[in-house]
Design a protein around this ligand. Structure first.
Ligand SMILES: Cc1cc2nc3c(=O)[nH]c(=O)nc-3n(C[C@H](O)[C@H](O)[C@H](O)COP(=O)(O)OP(=O)(O)OC[C@H]3O[C@@H](n4cnc5c(N)ncnc54)[C@H](O)[C@@H]3O)c2cc1C
Length: 379
């Protein structure tokens, strides 16, 4: 990880020639997606700096001419097809730059290829606070704005200043403010218009003083307090919160390296308050969180669990024994996207029959031509 104190200084030290963009053919991506789905890609191009993006798009080398593109980072939120014909672009640019600093905050620009969790730990250890609740989310920084990653009461948008991205249709670089990113719950302009923007840098504003930590979610307060007590602190620091969240996540979520998965598979459905109240009469324990406009966000894991599907599914894709929201692959590097679709439809159907609530998938479904998604409610 590099750190320099002046904007763009890293470009002077890290510039690669366009030819350095690594182009490979017939690449096995089975080990490059945390769900460990079998996938072979026709062409993969690894990008090490922004100049290579300009060169590729303007000159259009023979390898990518007239061919659809797919942007792939850490592969922790995608369901890849067995055969991928699109040209895969992997933004692996590295670097962290300080772009502004006052007595109370610091602004940093982070290149897309920086590992997200490493960034979180690095900032907390530097005394730059705000990202600590987002520790241990897999993937790279460039992908983080795509679904506005969120965990334990914090979303990326809470600390994001702007995104610098290459707009593929117009072949121009653009800087999008947080408002222009149109963030929503697990949503953004980048998610709604896939393969249109190639995110190259993400800028954050972080606190320099131990701002109020966010601990009002699950067990975070209790576990963080244990760390604070052990170290003789009278108050909770962001480092205590980060350590608590790492602990909680390690206990709750299966490690994709040991049991392939892509995190929460279903989004928490948002239903009208009236429907929630009606369900409460039959299911008094139903778990929901109030949202604006008289809506309730229902815990999808609870629905799946109550539908009797904890540890269930259709082999080799099964829900996790401890965390029903996570689908796991029990045949790594052999199971395919179709196996996932079969299990997803089964689970969604059983939940719908019991609660009349439709579950939507969170990870991104990739078609062979690099296009995104299919009608998940059709089956
Ligand atoms: C165990 C586990 C736990 C998880 N926990 C959470 C969680 O708590 N909260 C949460 O929000 N998510 C969570 N996730 C989901 C996932 O980690 C995040 O969505 C992460 O940001 C994806 O990063 P990635 O680099 O793996 O992206 P990929 O999976 O490679 O890509 C995801 C999408 O982003 C696009 N994309 C990737 N990079 C770029 C770029 N540079 N420019 C433009 N588009 C791009 C891709 O085309 C694709 O559509 C979890 C996943 C796992 C496996």
């Amino acid at each position: 990880m590099t750190l320099v104190s002046q904007r763009d200084a890293h470009l002077a030290t890290q510039t690669h020639s366009p030819a350095d963009a690594l182009l490979r053919h017939a690449v096995d991506l089975s080990h490059h997606n945390t769900m460990a789905l079998a996938c072979s890609a026709d062409t993969v191009i690894t990008l090490h700096d922004e100049a290579q993006i300009d060169a590729l798009m303007v000159d259009k080398t023979a390898a990518i001419k007239e061919r659809p593109l797919l942007i792939l980072s850490g592969g922790s939120n995608v369901l890849l097809p067995a055969k991928l014909d699109a040209v895969v672009l992997q933004p692996m640019m590295r670097g962290i730059n300080v772009v502004a600093q006052t007595d109370s905050y610091i602004d940093i620009e982070v290149m897309a290829g920086e590992n997200w969790h490493d960034l979180v730990t690095y900032t907390v250890h530097q005394g730059w606070y705000g990202l600590e609740n987002l520790a241990l989310i897999p993937g790279l920084t460039g992908a983080a704005p795509v679904q506005n990653i969120g965990a334990y009461g914090v979303q990326l948008e809470d600390h994001l200043l702007y995104v610098r991205a290459y707009h593929l249709p117009t072949q121009t670089w653009q800087q999008l403010s947080a408002a222009q990113c149109q963030f929503g719950y697990r949503d953004s302009i980048f998610k709604r218009t896939p393969n249109t923007w190639l995110i190259s840098r993400v800028a954050f504003r972080l606190h320099l003083h131990e701002a109020q930590v966010k601990v009002n979610y699950g067990d975070v307060q209790t576990v963080a307090q244990r760390y604070a007590d052990a170290q003789g602190y009278q108050h909770l620091t962001p480092a205590h919160v980060m350590q608590a969240i790492i602990d909680i996540r390690q206990q709750k979520l299966p490690d994709p390296k040991q049991l392939p998965n892509c995190g929460s598979f279903f989004q928490n459905p948002i239903i009208p308050q009236a429907q929630f109240t009606a369900l409460q009469t039959t299911y008094p324990d139903i778990v929901g969180y109030p949202m604006p406009d008289a809506m309730i966000k229902v815990a999808a894991g609870w629905l799946i669990d109550q539908a009797g599907l904890k540890g269930g599914g259709i082999a080799p894709i099964m829900t996790h024994q401890q965390q029903a929201l996570v689908l796991t692959n029990h045949q790594p590097y052999q199971a395919t996207q179709n196996d996932v679709a079969t299990a997803q439809h089964h689970i969604a159907q059983v939940v719908y029959e019991k609660f009349a609530i439709r579950l939507s998938r969170e990870p991104v479904w990739i078609n062979a031509d690099g296009s995104i998604g299919y009608d998940e409610h059709a089956a």
